[in-house]
Design a protein around this ligand. Structure first.
Ligand code: UD1
Length: 423
């Protein structure tokens, strides 16, 4: 069994460089299927979700050349299958983007129902509704999703019942090569949605309004290959290091990030008493005192991201008062709080709300990464805690954080990766 052993406590100091955005990359890789040619992608994060996507694409017939660990050339000239490997697609959430992208190219598509972090119910009704509005027939049976179309997809007006990142991405993917105009309202505005639209527009798509509540897509007959496209920096990785710097009373310059994307997190760190300096493409976070308590409520962008909720909880757990977290997106996102309680945190979580009373110290304990972002929070807790914290189920963390141990090591942390074989 593999685990991280986090040697605490420590204060993070120095510089760290952020990788490409996972949630943009997992949409852009399948988006390349819409072009019968080559796409040259830069700033692709080297994480296990991307390695899985590369395998899925290769199984469909993509030819993928690794120029370096963060630079790929994907040649989809000879993709000849629209049945994605069930073993791989069932493992992670973002495999549902294959529905929209493959349906742009093929009449019949089959994928497994997507897996991903266990954050509570994760329905795909909005994804299905979108494809049906565009003229596809969609069926879910035996753990698979079957989507087909008799003719080219046809543009249509679509109103999403709730703001969904994945459904917005899938609508963009499916409508790009559809005939006519698609107007999608009540869409998500996350930076990765704008990045997907920019990528597709760089190949000749006609997508307007990404980053606002309404996206208008005028279908085009085909896309042309793109010579080079660089994926945006990861908002959540940036936020994770911002919180880690503050809670360890450190001083960290976080490079290759977009400060505008970080505003909801910056606002909470300022409330906590940290100093946050914003530069053109970097952020410096400094903290030299116990954090003030605050209230945080998750909501779609530009609100506070649910994917930063577990990390910010560590700041409250170490605060000088009582804070509150309200989780508005995922029903089971507080499972990780039991792990923090084992370390001495004082958290009472019921339903959508957690009350967090600050304590003076956390103490090491064997703890689990319940999901990707909770796993990052467990590492931050280990950095603060007295002693050696063993973090299990770290495969969740490796899905979304590139070189996490060496990045923390460059800031003065000591996190060991241990497997049974090494014992
Ligand atoms: C994406 C992110 C995930 C993040 C989430 C919210 C990726 C790969 N994952 O997930 O890390 O936590 O956005 O920022 O980008 N919903 C429905 N029906 C649907 C779709 C969604 O009811 O068809 C609900 C969900 O249950 C949830 C809410 O809508 O309560 C938002 O989900 P959504 O934005 O779709 O999340 P994902 O795209 O799955």
């Amino acid at each position: 069994m593999e685990k991280f052993v986090v040697h605490g406590p420590c204060s993070l100091n120095g510089e760290v460089t952020i990788s490409g955005a996972k949630n943009a990359a997992v949409a852009i890789l399948p988006a390349t299927l819409l072009v019968k040619g080559k796409c040259h992608l830069e700033n692709v994060p080297d994480i296990s979700d991307i390695r899985a996507y590369v395998e899925i694409l290769e199984a469909l017939g993509s030819k993928i050349t690794h120029i370096s660990k963060n630079e790929l050339i994907i040649d989809n000239s000879n993709v000849n299958s629209a049945i994605a490997s069930s073993e791989l697609t069932s493992k992670f959430r973002a495999s549902y983007y294959l529905l929209g992208s493959l349906l742009g190219r093929f009449d019949k598509v089959q994928i497994s129902l997507p897996g991903g972090c266990n954050l509570g119910a994760r329905p795909i009704d909005q994804h299905i509704k979108i494809l049906e509005k565009l003229g596809a027939t969609v069926e879910v049976r035996n753990g698979n999703v079957y989507a087909s179309r008799k003719d080219t997809l046809k543009g249509a007006p679509i109103f999403l019942d709730m703001v969904s990142v994945g459904a917005t991405m899938n609508a963009i993917l499916a409508a790009t090569l559809a005939e006519g105009t698609t107007v999608i309202e009540n869409v998500a505005k996350e930076p990765h949605i704008v990045d997907l639209a920019n990528f597709l527009n760089s190949m000749g798509a006609k997508i307007k309004g990404a980053g606002t509540d309404t996206i208008k897509i005028t279908g085009v007959k085909e896309l042309h290959q793109v010579s080079s496209y660089s994926i945006i920096p990861d908002q959540i990785e940036t936020g994770t290091f911002m919180v880690a710097a503050a809670v360890t009373k450190g001083d960290v310059l976080i490079k290759n990030c977009i400060p505008k994307h970080m505003e909801p997190i910056t606002a909470k760190l300022l409330e906590a008493g940290a100093t946050v300096e914003e530069h053109a493409d970097s952020i410096r976070v400094k903290m030299d005192k116990k954090p003030n308590a605050f209230t945080v409520k998750t909501s779609p962008y530009p609100g506070f991201p649910t994917d930063m909720q577990p990390q910010i909880c560590i700041l409250l757990a170490m605060s000088n008062g009582t804070g509150m977290i309200v989780e508005n997106i995922w029903e089971s996102r507080f499972q990780y709080t039991d792990e923090l309680t084992k370390m001495g945190a004082d958290i009472s979580a019921h339903g959508t709300t957690a009350i967090v009373k600050g304590v003076d110290k956390l103490y090491s304990a064997p703890i689990r990464a319940h999901d990707l972002r909770a796993g990052a929070a467990m590492i931050i807790a280990g950095l603060v805690a007295e002693g050696n914290t063993e973090v299990y189920d770290i495969y969740h963390i490796l899905r979304g954080y590139e070189d996490i141990t060496s990045k923390f090591a460059s800031l003065g942390a000591n996190i060991e990766y241990v497997t049974d074989e090494e014992k």
